[in-house]
Design a protein around this ligand. Sequence first.
Ligand SMILES: [Zn+2]
Length: 367
Amino acid sequence: MLQKSGRLFRIFGIDIRLHFSWYFIALLIAWSLSAAFFPTLLPGKTVTTYWIMGVTAALLLFVSVVLHELSHSLVAKAKNIGVESITLFFFGGVAGITKEDMKPADEFQMAIAGPLFSLLLSGLFYLLHIAVGNDVVGAITQYLYELNFILALFNLVPGYPLDGGRAFRAILYWKYKDLRKATYIAAQGGKFFAGVLIVLGIFGLFTGVGPGLWFILLGGFLYFIAGMSYEQVVMKEILNKIPVKQLIESRIPVIRPETKFSELVRKYAGSDEEIFLVRGGGFEGLLDTHRVEKMPSKLQEVTSVKQLARPFSQLKPLSKTADAYTAFRQLSEQNLEALPVLEKGKFLGIVMKRRVMRQLIWRAKYG
Ligand SMILES: [Zn+2]
């Protein structure tokens, strides 16, 4: 889901990315503002005026959300926690944070910074609203102070993964010193709130009060993410304890780079081998047959395994001292089935995703 986004701009060394859903939502917001909200609030203007107001308000709402997210990231940066990117969704953003383990106090401050900034923005728009009175600018600032206030309140709900839930988890983590337990409780909060949203949404659909469908969608999304966040923590906890050393498979077939693919097919067609070490003449790489596309036999005769292999220099090899969680993350990030393990440039073997997953399932089930 996160992949379906495009980079918008870069600020303070952070990529601001837009999730594709944002374009659709931004249009919907501008439309509902110019067709309903502003005509009700400020009757007697032209359609063009309402559209200009709607688009301006939608853009400023977008700026508000970006500022909310940036305030999280700037606190993170101040704590030396790397933030690579922010992806903006329809109701907020997701920060790509590079550090894995955060101190509770850091996470708390980071989480709370966003809602506090939204409150500040709400206050500023309110003052502006009072200063300019009740015309076009007054109506736009009214919308913005209301929305920033709602954004702050919504994000302060103590349900993971909302900001309030992150702050709540940080407090629980500080109290229990147990990230799994803290995440479990905070995620239950998130699921409970999601349930409340869904019930309110259904109620809204039947009575015509409030944005029923939005509540149901938002609640469903939140419920899903809350569950996933907990599973991720459990997975991380299990895999963190398994050293890569235990997962290395060192007996994989070695092939010379100039070997033609047709030869490999003839030799290994009936075997279980899927991944090969291609080595010789200064070349070292992995050939994953899952990644080789269907090929006419004529082409197989002229294609060398070197052409099909990924050289180690293009991969992010693992070190023997890494843990299985690092391995899993690198495999997922690079979308690979196997990664080489190197020690001072020397090939020790490979770690396969399948094996990591098998370990995970075994330990999750049987401890
Ligand atoms: Zn936030």
